[in-house]
Write a protein that binds this ligand. Structure first.
Ligand code: CO
Length: 134
């Protein structure tokens, strides 16, 4: 059911410093920061030949990544995002299998302008999983 790895998201406290690591130390192509107030994060996109890395910095008081950064002050992998051809069919299949979909279970528009859903990490080997409509 799941398809390509769309991105790996890494939560960071300092987006400027994190961008420098990927741009200068690792030699990757790094975008300008993109504030996404509706998601409570500012995002930098790192483009790799086969996938993307997203660097996430908290934006606003109740950012969904604030607790994660309290537990992981040096930053860390926050979620992985897999593409699915039909996000509603994928959601229904996962729910039928007993997996928990976060929030109200309805897809929201994600960082790339496409519908996304998040799945409970306890159902997926301790990893927060994002599904994105391909
Ligand atoms: Co994501």
């Amino acid at each position: 059911m799941i398809g390509r790895l769309n991105h790996v998201a890494i939560a960071v406290k300092d987006l400027k410093a994190a961008s420098a690591v990927y741009r200068d130390t690792l030699g990757a192509e790094v975008s300008e920061p993109v504030p996404q107030p509706e998601h409570g994060v500012t995002v930098v996109f790192v483009t790799l030949p086969n996938t993307k890395i997203e660097l996430l910095e908290p934006l606003g008081a109740d950012s969904p990544i604030a607790n994660f950064l309290e537990r992981n002050p040096a930053g860390g992998i926050h979620h992985v995002c897999y593409e699915v051809n039909d996000i509603i069919a994928a959601r229904d299949r996962l729910k039928a299998a007993g997996a928990r979909v976060l929030g109200d279970g309805e897809p929201k528009i994600g960082a790339h302008g496409k519908p996304v859903l998040f799945l409970h990490p306890k159902d997926f080997l301790g990893t927060l999983v994002e599904l994105e409509q391909a």
